[in-house]
Every structure is written in structure tokens, then in C-alpha cells.
Design a protein around this ligand. Structure first.
Ligand code: DON
Length: 563
């Protein structure tokens, strides 16, 4: 079992993490800051698209959406309009918006759709026609721009369409992702036609990948709005293909999709206000919980080993809650008590400085029936001179999502159905387990770890951060905040510092390989089961420091993209 979990965690999540690395070239860089604002993404062309939007009079919302749409062209193994997105905005006027463009399960989906003769078959939730939910990104970006953008949607879609038509040079990481997915992509003619050469081999690094169908789809959305995607020719093409290929997603599922505006979670942390994304993201709840528990400790005065111990224990308690309590709030009762300070304080009091805690299950917050949140990924950080700050995390889930491109559309469809708990206790590709709260139900949104976050001091934003990497998203975000705001590290050092990850099951403390022996020994002495992993993660952040923007894209990217 342990071996399976490790394989899942490493083969899935952690190797997928490496996919978030895109080319780091001298120019243009993948994080840029000028007086007008700042943008950080995992691809220089996407960052440049965001900067171009700013140069054309757009604000941070336009810049972030331009970057997101461009990532779908140049980084389609991670994200694109065939996937979903969470958009978190703090406007210059101080309004907060949380726009939920998460996928929904088709109406013909059901609890046991991935269970064959009593056994969950995660191949079906991870690849092919049954793996995809209705993509929400197109609607989420449209709504974000209507609410808080300065430019029309078409203005950010059309440059991405031109780039799709002209093509871009495949970098080492994209080529690696293609090579690893080639056999599976080959099973879908629409995908093979674009992503493989005529002999069926993956395109190599340096090949100029032109995507004419994707260009046409982006242009049609620019012309007709999201109606083209949800109620027009795109939805019909997908529905027809699904019907002919054993899928259950229909044009009506697309027509019924609705983007949801939610109330961000705001909690306080050591004098800051954390603004996080509510369920179906688990990110906002668990960053609030983990940081809230950490507030009971003077992190600055601890040595690295003791500090990692406390952080790892807080992560474990939070992830045990995740597995039980969290799901789409329209379908399951997610108690608000999870982020209330009395509950968090009680959980923090369970942490023992000398030894690890045996966490056997979730905690018990207050009012669990009545006080409710009822109603391979990428992160984009953007901010502008007017005071708009934007955090978008968006994904098709694992590399090239379901591997399906419906012929004629150019759009990689997600495999977000695997983020449901396909059978209680059966781990998904990230080794995450869940229960009924996150079971498959028609129209339901799968639980997500995506954690777009904005942090205020008083009413002024001081930092925005988010990441890619399944459940490690939450723990990357926590560590970026602790390192920068609590330990006072410069933002690039805060992101570069050795990371840990604890997700309750498997009950192990994952550590980056460069953790010094002395620190490991402190953790071993307290009873942690350590599991080493290579450098991982993909965090993007922007901070306002001494009257200047500091924009940082994952410091580990450069080393990973070296030939
Ligand atoms: O929403 C989620 O939690 C996942 N679909 C995120 C996937 C991800 O970060 C892929 N990167 N490794």
C-alpha cells in the first residue's frame, strides 16, 4: 500500500510538478515588474502577454487573464480553456471577488461511475472521455474582466489566438511532458494530430508548435463571448464527440454551466488579513487553519528542525480535516467552524513540541450542521499601480488533462473528475483520500487544492501568492507566507527555502533533498517518518516592499529546465 501511495504521489503529483517548469531564458523573464505593475507566471510569453495588457492601459485583472489565456497556448500540459480556474481579486477600491470557474461533473455522472465490479478504476477518471468535467475557465475569466477589468475580453484573447496560429518554440519541459504522454495522446486522433508528428512521435524541443484550431476557437470566443463555448459550436462538437466515444458529457451540460461568485475567506494572521478562496477550493480553509495554528508558536525563535516539525504537524491536522469535511459546498456541509479561531486554537494545542501526534481522523469544529460555507496547474500573480491585485490558479489537472482534444477545437480537455474521491479511501493521483463529502455527483464541483491568496496589512495588499502541485499547493503557499512575512526573508529566498509537505495520508513528512542532516535529525528524534523528494514546487508571488514591486516566479524552475 505504502509503495502504491509513493508511486502515486511521486509518479503523479511530484513528477507532474516538474511539468510546471517552463523555459527560463534571459529575455523575456517569467516575472516582470515595472512602475505600472507586476506579473509572474511560469512562462515568459505568458508574462509578456500580461505586461502587454498593462502597457495597453489594462489593469492587473486584464494582465492576469491575458497571461492565463496565453498559458493555455504555450503551456497546455498544465492549463488552458479546457480546464478550470479560481480567480481571486482585490480591486483598487478595496472590493474582494472570488470567482469560481471550477469544472462541474456531467449530469449523467454518478457516485460509482469509476467503480468497476467493486473496484475503483482511476484510469477512467484520469484519462479519456469520462475524465473531463465541464470546463469553467472561459466563463470565469469573462466574469472577472466584466467585474474588474479595464479592457474588453477580446483584447486579451486575440493576441493569444495569433500566437497559437504562428506557433511557439517547444521548450525542454513541454517536450518532456509530450514524450511522457505521447502513447496516451496517440489514442485520441484529435490530440495526436496537433501534439504528435505525422509518424506519431512527440514533437521535440525547438519545434514550432502552431495550433490553428485553438486559434480559431479563441477567435470565436473573442467574437461571440463565452456563449460560443457554452451554448454554441464548441459545446456541440464536444457533446457529439463524447456521445460517439463513450463519454457522458453533453452540450446541455455546457449550457447549464454557471460560474459562481463566492465570498472570499478572510481571517487574521499575526496582524495581517489573509484573503483566501472558499470551497470547493480546500486551499483557503487549510491555509487559514495551518497559519492559524502556527500563530500559537513563535516561529522566529525556533531552529529549522523545530519549526519544520510544528509546520508539518499543523499541515497533518489540516489535511485530516480536508479528507473528511471538504467538498463542493452546494452538495456537502462544510462547516465554517473549521476556520474559527477557537477551533484552530484547540487544534494548535494538540501539537506537541517533542514528538509527533498520531492523528487518527478529522477534528470537530463547532456547529457542523448549521454554520456552513453554503453557499499538472499553474498560478498567475498580477498587481498594478492602481491597487488591483489578482491571483489566478488554473489547471487541466495532470499533464494534458484527459489527453483528449476533440477534433476541430484545439482545446485540451481536463481530467478534473479524478479530483473527486472516486471511492472512499481510494487515493487519487496525488495520493489524496476523501469520503462522501467529495464523492461524484451530477453537477458537483470536485474538491481542489488550488490556493490563490492575497494578504493585506490594514486595508493595503502586501503580498499575493499561489502555486501548482496538487496538495503541495497548500503547503507551498503556507511556507511562502511564513518565510516572507514571519521570518522576514526576501521573497525570492522565501520561495527558495527548503520545503516540507505533510498531507496526513500517507503519514510522512516529505522533505526536499537539500535539507541538512542536523535538521533531519531533529525531525527524526520527534518521530517523523521522513521521505526525501527532489526539488519540487511552482510558486508565483508578488510583494510590495519599501515602495516597490517584487515579483518572483518559482526559483527552482531554472535548474529544472537546463539541458
Ligand atoms: O485542483 C486541484 O487541486 C488539482 N487539480 C491541481 C492539479 C495540479 O496542481 C497539477 N500539478 N501538479
Amino acid at each position: 500500500m505504502k509503495q502504491v501511495l509513493n508511486r502515486l504521489l511521486f509518479a503523479g503529483a511530484l513528477l507532474a510538478l516538474v511539468s510546471h517548469v517552463s523555459a527560463q531564458t534571459d529575455a523575456p523573464p517569467y516575472a516582470q515588474a515595472v512602475d505600472a505593475g507586476a506579473v509572474a507566471t511560469v512562462h515568459p510569453l505568458a508574462t509578456q502577454a500580461g505586461m502587454n495588457a498593462l502597457a495597453e492601459g489594462g489593469n492587473a485583472v486584464d494582465a492576469a487573464v491575458a497571461a492565463a489565456i496565453t498559458l493555455g497556448v504555450v503551456d497546455s500540459h498544465n492549463s488552458g480553456i479546457g480546464g478550470g480556474a479560481f480567480v481571486l481579486i482585490r480591486t483598487a477600491k478595496g472590493e474582494l471577488f472570488a470567482i469560481d470557474g471550477r469544472e462541474t461533473a456531467p449530469m449523467a455522472a454518478h457516485r460509482d461511475m469509476f467503480v468497476i465490479e467493486g473496484v475503483a478504476d482511476t484510469r477512467l477518471s484520469q484519462m479519456g472521455p469520462l475524465a473531463a468535467g465541464v470546463p469553467g475557465s472561459v466563463a470565469a475569466y469573462e466574469l472577472a474582466m466584466q467585474k474588474a477589468g479595464a479592457l474588453p475580453y477580446a483584447k486579451v484573447l486575440l493576441p493569444a489566438a495569433s500566437l497559437a496560429e504562428q506557433g511557439f518554440a517547444i521548450d525542454r519541459i513541454f517536450a518532456g511532458r509530450l514524450a511522457r504522454s505521447a502513447e496516451r495522446l496517440a489514442q485520441f486522433p484529435g490530440s495526436a494530430e496537433i501534439l504528435l508528428d505525422p509518424e506519431g512521435n512527440p514533437w521535440p524541443k525547438g519545434h514550432t508548435l502552431a495550433q490553428r484550431d485553438l486559434a480559431n476557437t479563441l477567435r470565436a470566443i473573442a467574437k461571440e463571448g463565452s456563449g460560443y463555448f457554452y451554448k454554441g459550436a464548441f459545446a456541440k462538437s464536444v457533446g457529439d464527440w463524447m456521445a460517439a466515444n463513450g463519454g457522458v458529457l453533453t452540450a446541455k451540460d455546457f449550457a447549464d454551466y454557471s460560474v459562481v461568485e463566492r465570498k472570499p475567506i478572510t481571517t487574521s494572521y499575526r496582524g495581517y488579513t489573509l484573503v483566501g478562496f472558499p470551497p470547493p477550493s480546500s486551499g483557503g480553509v487549510h491555509t487559514a487553519q495551518i497559519l492559524g495554528m502556527l500563530e500559537a508558536f513563535d516561529l522566529k525563535s525556533l531552529n529549522d528542525g523545530d519549526r519544520y516539525h510544528v509546520i508539518g504537524e499543523a499541515m497533518k491536522l489540516a489535511f485530516a480535516d480536508r479528507a473528511y469535511w471538504l467538498g463542493d459546498p452546494a452538495f456537502t456541509k462544510v462547516p465554517k467552524g473549521l476556520v474559527q479561531s477557537d477551533y484552530i486554537g484547540r487544534q494548535a494545542a494538540r501539537i506537541n513540541m517533542d514528538s509527533v501526534l498520531d492523528v487518527t481522523g478529522p477534528g470537530t469544529p463547532k456547529d457542523v450542521d448549521v454554520d456552513l460555507f453554503a453557499k499538472h496547474t499553474t498560478h498567475i500573480a498580477a498587481a498594478d499601480k492602481w491597487g488591483n491585485w489578482v491571483a489566478i490558479t488554473t489547471t487541466v489537472n495532470t499533464d494534458f488533462g484527459s489527453k483528449v482534444i476533440v477534433p476541430g477545437t484545439g482545446v485540451v480537455l481536463n481530467n478534473q473528475m479524478d479530483d473527486f474521491s472516486v471511492q472512499p479511501g481510494v487515493p487519487n493521483v496525488y495520493g489524496l483520500v476523501g469520503t462522501e463529502a467529495n464523492s461524484v455527483q451530477p453537477g458537483k464541483r470536485p474538491l481542489s487544492s488550488m490556493t490563490p491568496t492575497i494578504i493585506l496589512k490594514g486595508d493595503q495588499p502586501v503580498m499575493t501568492v499561489g502555486a501548482a502541485g496538487g496538495p503541495t499547493i497548500i503547503t507551498q503557499v503556507v511556507q511562502a507566507i511564513v518565510n516572507h512575512l514571519d521570518l522576514g526573508m526576501p521573497l525570492d529566498d522565501a520561495l527558495a527555502k527548503t520545503r516540507i509537505h505533510q498531507q496526513w495520508r500517507p503519514d510522512m513528512l516529505f522533505i526536499e533533498a537539500n535539507m541538512p542532516a542536523g535538521t533531519r535529525q531533529i525531525l527524526l528524534n520527534k518521530g517523523h517518518k521522513l521521505k526525501e523528494m527532489g526539488p519540487y514546487g511552482s510558486t508565483q508571488a508578488i510583494a510590495w516592499v519599501d515602495g516597490k514591486w517584487v515579483a518572483v516566479s518559482e526559483p527552482r524552475l531554472a535548474a529544472r529546465n537546463k539541458d
